[in-house]
Write a protein that binds this ligand. Structure first.
Ligand SMILES: [Cu+2]
Length: 143
């Protein structure tokens, strides 16, 4: 009898470990690795859907929740530009943004819209992260 109990416990532990490993591997597919730079997945805007120009001002919209989407945006250099961060029930650490090259280090509301001025960007890549540097986003400004 005692051996049976140990076997059942061992099988239960093994099943739990398999489930945990499966959940972790699924979570990884939605993570930031697929969002930036490598062209895989839904993270790259291919030019424009989240970028608009209103009254001569360029607006880049980034959705913030468990990371940044799109992870990479492509926009134009030489136009006054803001990045518009949209949070919606965002309780994870992506609600704190850092953009070192702009000296931006600020928390976003859990739900709301936060505009960050980029000034008039020159050509190049602007990079930002969450507070811990775990989630990333970038904007490529093209001349
Ligand atoms: Cu983080």
């Amino acid at each position: 009898m005692k051996n049976n109990k140990i076997t059942i416990i061992a099988i239960s532990v093994a099943v739990i470990l398999i489930i945990v490993a499966f959940v972790i591997s699924m979570a990884g597919k939605g993570g930031w690795v697929g969002d930036v730079g490598n062209g895989v997945g839904t993270g790259i805007n291919n030019g424009a859907e989240n970028v608009s120009v209103v009254d001569g001002k360029q607006i880049i919209e980034i959705n913030v929740k468990g990371g940044y989407r799109p992870g990479k945006s492509v926009a134009k250099a030489g136009i006054p530009t803001i990045i518009r961060f949209k949070t919606q029930g965002t309780f994870d650490c992506s609600s704190f943004i850092r953009i070192p090259s702009l000296n931006v280090s600020q928390s976003l509301p859990q739900t709301g819209i936060t505009d960050v001025s980029v000034g008039t960007p020159t050509a190049g890549v602007l990079q930002g992260t969450c507070g811990m540097g775990m989630y990333r986003f970038e904007v490529e400004f093209q001349s």
